[in-house]
Design a protein around this ligand. Sequence first.
Ligand code: NAD
Length: 398
Amino acid sequence: MTRRQVIEAGTVAAAAMASSGALAQGPAPAAQGQPLPDGVTLPSSAPPAPRPGSVGYAIIGLGDYALKQIMPRFAQSQRCHIAALVSGNPEKLARVGEAYGVPAEARYSYENFADIAANREVEAVYIILPTGLHAEWAERAFAAGKHVMCEKPMALSAAECARMIAASERAGKKLMVGYRCHFEPYNRAAMELTRTRALGDLRLIRTEHSYRLGPATPATNWRIARAQTGGGPLEDYGIYGLQAALYLSGEMPDRLSASTFRPEGDPRFSEVFAHVAVQMHFPSGTVAQIVTSYDSAGINMVEARGTHGALRMQPATGYGPNALVLETGGTARPLEPGDPEVQFAAMLDHLAAAIREGTPVLTPGEMGLRDLRLMEAIYAAAASGRSVALNPDGTMRG
Ligand code: NAD
């Protein structure tokens, strides 16, 4: 498979999918209202009035992550508030709007979203939709003159990421990817340990992000529908290991190899892979192994090993209690650098500060684009069975 064919294939997974037989692909994604997810606790009282200078966010996509993780964390933010909601389910929109004190005129549907341009309370749009909808809704948000926070993965392909960055530049508005681990104390401490060479020269990084999906089909779960998700576990969960390999090494890989696996006859994997394994080589000589699966018992693990010590994180990139053990000189020391839960509010406040102060964001669209380029290289390597040489920007060489 040539690089040109890979690029022409359009989506991240297309190249590798094509090599694994004729796979069904669902219809092109459209935004569609969904019921209130199970297990959501809505606030019992509306939040206090925003502080002066607070940045108003519109939340688009009222699903699991929005309602259980992001929206409740605005209460801990210093510089932003929820100013509007966008949903395709009118009952859910009304119920969530009441609970969060969002006035009826600031509740939008997918159909009348463009009206948000006139709402001066809304300065940023947080896109928490299935991945296949990120590019389209980021472009719509920029067209409405808003800044954008976009959930990970940024989109389905590098081409979509490039479109989003171009739209952000045309609008003169910021584009940030919701890579929360950059704001999480354990991961920040791990970055600092490798940056300051506390482990000596970094040699090996190993990451594993896996869980076992229950019974599902592409029609019942967008995470296994190729048109909404790409290749599957790598974009959804393995992306944390990919990110960790990059922020712990502080380098871009110069080559990688990969394998994918998809069992026959399992409806969960009619459109996506069950496992992806990646081996990366960095110019310094560091090697990283990144493993991810939708069909094995849960694990969330990152390890880095240098010439003089190691760090172990398990859980490494979770919402709540993460762990970090530093091993040097024959002793293992658990570190407790802070409350992992601050990551959400810190990320929300970071974009707000960047908007107010005109400063750059730590996790910009270019970082999301870089990661999608690497995922395209991973799928190309897996499809060809050969290692792929990379340029410093993550594009494939040759
Ligand atoms: P979800 O299925 O629970 O919610 C998605 C929501 O999008 C739905 O509830 C609905 O409101 C809306 N939607 C609009 N059109 C839809 C369509 N055609 N099909 C399905 N839903 C549609 O998903 P989620 O777990 O909340 O994930 C949403 C985004 O957040 C994804 O990009 C995902 O990768 C990301 N996410 C990030 C993290 C993280 O830790 N950063 C964690 C979970 C999810």
